[in-house]
Design a binder for this molecule. Sequence first.
Ligand SMILES: [Zn+2]
Length: 81
Amino acid sequence: MGRFTNEQLLKLQQNLKVGRCPNCGYEGNKDVCPEEMHLVSLDIDSRHTVGLESLGSYPVVMAVCPNCGFISLFSKKFLCR
Ligand SMILES: [Zn+2]
């Protein structure tokens, strides 16, 4: 699993403009998860055992509200350019 450097994390934090938490209304900075996450989709049409070759993945950055734990996901492609 990839991990962001401190420099990247700072840049990501600056690019996040989520504003108020949609759940609890907290307005402070969100905690950016230092690990690169991947949304994984399964090929649900093939009804056999799932193998790695049938997995699709999409790189995302996860930001967590430190007050209530609400999670926001961003495409890494947009935040890391
Ligand atoms: Zn919250």
